[in-house]
Design a protein. Structure first.
Length: 277
């Protein structure tokens, strides 16, 4: 049977004291791509147009990291630990080589996997994310997440999409796609929210040598960003591209933190070209 984002069964694997929930679907036989989710997100927060689009040419693996939603244990309070947990999960699946996609704080985790995993990681896609020690004074994340939305789901319009009519229309279409799957994961716990928040504080702490670690990420990296990211300012993606040894940058127009959800087909084409090169 051929599975999709909507139909792939939730499976479980034990590793490093955690029972990880995951879903696998797509074309097997090549290098699979492991998705790392954003703040407070679960496997059900991905865009089916993105996941199914990439699954046409490779195997896609979605998972909840330790303590997140249907995975057991507690969420670690640092991205270094989250990266180590993710590596344990990947190795428990018996995989020798993977590609990575990380969005927002999932991009922080993906960087840690690349740093710690060595030859385990072949290529990396970083979306709407940044580097250690980044200046977040221009971010509107606290204001946006503290706001009130009716319906509550419209929080993600402010997080992921620009205020223009075209971007908002794309956002509403994304929210419809996001709810196509009916047997959904539970939302994240208060412990996960607190731990992810603490990890963010550690990641962005000012440090004059904060960018040095990027030189150790030798894998080819595709950095993808919106033209005006109000969560993790777009400038930080430029800094990533300038400091990673082997990185290229795509900035999509009239877009915000979730640029790949506004341009899902274009992103799939760009990501496929990068991964296949």
């Amino acid at each position: 049977m051929t599975y999709t984002h909507v139909t792939a069964p939730t499976q479980y694997v034990e590793a490093d004291g955690t029972r990880f929930a995951y879903r696998r679907f797509g074309k097997s036989g090549g290098v699979p791509i492991v998705f790392n989710q954003h703040y407070t997100g679960t496997m059900d927060y991905w865009d089916p147009t993105v996941t199914d689009g990439l699954a046409e040419t490779r195997e896609v693996i979605l998972f909840n990291n330790a303590g997140v939603s249907s995975s057991s244990g507690e969420t670690p309070a640092s991205f270094e630990e989250m990266g180590a947990k993710a590596i344990a999960f990947i190795r428990a699946l018996g995989l020798k080589t993977v590609d990575l996609l990380g969005i927002s704080i999932g991009g922080f985790v993906a960087q840690e996997i690349a740093l710690q995993g060595g030859d385990l990681v072949r290529k990396v896609i970083l979306v709407g994310t940044g580097h250690r020690g980044q200046d977040m004074s221009a971010s509107r994340s606290q204001e946006i997440f503290a706001g009130t939305y009716d319906p509550p789901e419209h929080l993600w319009l402010s997080v992921h999409f620009a205020p223009s009519e075209a971007s908002r229309k794309a956002g509403l279409a994304f929210l419809e796609r996001k709810w196509l799957r009916k047997d959904r994961d539970p939302e994240v716990s208060a412990q996960t929210v607190a731990a992810q928040g603490e990890a963010i504080g550690k990641w962005i702490a000012p440090d004059e040598t904060a960018l040095a670690y990027l030189k150790s990420i030798k894998q080819p990296v595709l950095v993808v960003q919106g033209s005006n990211d109000v969560i993790i300012p777009t400038l930080h993606s430029v800094t990533l591209q300038q400091n990673l040894p082997n990185a290229q940058l795509i900035i999509y127009p009239d877009s915000n933190h979730g640029s790949i959800y506004q341009y899902p087909e274009l992103f799939v084409a760009n990501a496929t070209t990068f991964l296949d090169a």
